[in-house]
Design a protein around this ligand. Structure first.
Ligand code: SF4
Ligand code: MG
Length: 325
């Protein structure tokens, strides 16, 4: 099922004042599409996702926007109704698997709780399905794992269990927030191969958040590049990697780190987001800055079919290619 996000704005009240963490984010995840949201830490990736999934309703305020999923707006929805969609129709895989698992409940009980929140099935049938799913995510002794506790698992095993829980009800959209950051490099690849294979096999959609361009290049169809709570560029992975249009996307791709490493910090400072931001938020770090960039927020516009950029430049003419640069 497709997801259409439009103009999401999210703020937090902190002791240091209000923080405008997400500033008008729009993107789409089409049917059967794997989309990566990439950006440095602090770019608003997680807050965007948590806003859409109703996970910040107590700590932050979504001041505008819609997120349409199967014809329903998740932002306007009551928490109770959204909880029904989360888990059943949207599976969420969090960054830290141990944070997602209950330390004092046997895993069998956690599978029962997840399924019973949405379906009427007896314990025996849930156990049968849980064992099958654990086998599917590459757990060799599913009986033993199911009857044990989270602390008995390695990080990689725990993340496999979280994936199994997220896929138990066969959601049409899987959302994963840096699902392998807590794991070591060899396990990272196994887990990403696993999630993407399961999603593609079932012809489901996926939204994956990452700071790793390698993940986007290897697993995604489209990429959304975020910076300071805004979308800077959005397009097919192959095209954006071959020829980024936005100066920030260009800088990111030029600084491509080795697989598994965090993005290098670019020169210049990040703007403070404690007031309604005006102008281009990348301007302090942009070599192409013009007067208009200080005054006018560049809208996210379509520059060629399927490719969107928020920049005042005539990007096809004025931003150099990676090769020439
Ligand atoms: Fe640079 Fe201006 Fe484009 Fe922002 S809008 S990326 S400051 S040229
Ligand atoms: Mg995050």
């Amino acid at each position: 099922m497709s997801l259409h996000v439009r103009d999401i704005e999210t703020r937090f009240r902190t002791t240091a004042g209000e923080v405008h963490a997400v500033n008008g984010v729009s993107f789409d995840v089409g049917d059967g599409e794997l989309v990566g949201i990439v950006g440095e830490s602090g770019s608003g990736k997680s807050v965007t996702i948590n806003s859409i999934l109703g996970l910040i309703r107590t700590s932050g305020t979504i001041t505008s926007g819609t997120a349409t999923f199967g014809g329903r707006d998740l932002i306007a929805m009551r928490s109770r109704d959204l909880r029904k969609i989360r888990g059943a129709e949207i599976g969420f895989i969090a960054q830290n698997p141990f944070g997602a698992l209950n330390p004092v409940l046997r895993l069998s009980r956690q599978f029962e709780n997840v399924v019973r929140a949405h379906r009427r099935l007896d314990r025996k049938e849930i156990r049968r399905q849980a064992l099958a799913m654990l086998g599917h995510v590459g757990i060799h002794q599913p009986e033993r794992v199911l009857d044990g506790y989270a602390h008995e698992l390695s990080g990689g095993m725990a993340q496999r269990v979280v994936i199994a829980l997220a896929l138990m009800l066969d959601p049409t959209l899987v959302v994963a927030d840096e699902p392998t950051t807590a794991l070591d490099v060899t396990v990272q690849k196994q887990i990403l191969d696993l999630i993407s294979t399961l999603v593609r096999e079932r012809e489901r959609s996926m939204l994956i958040i990452t700071h790793d361009l390698g993940v986007v290049a290897n697993y995604c169809d489209r990429v959304v590049v975020m910076y300071c709570g805004r979308v800077m560029e959005d397009g097919p992975v192959r095209e954006v990697f071959r020829r980024p249009y936005h100066p920030y996307a260009l800088a990111l791709l030029r600084s491509v780190p080795r697989a598994g490493q965090a993005l290098q910090t670019l020169g210049g400072r990040l703007p403070k987001l404690n007031a309604q931001p005006v102008g281009c938020l990348f301007r302090d770090r942009c070599p192409y800055r013009m007067d208009v960039c200080d005054r006018v927020t560049p809208p996210l516009r379509e520059v060629s079919p399927g490719r969107k950029v928020s920049c005042h430049l005539d990007v096809e003419q004025e931003v150099p290619t990676l090769v020439a640069g």
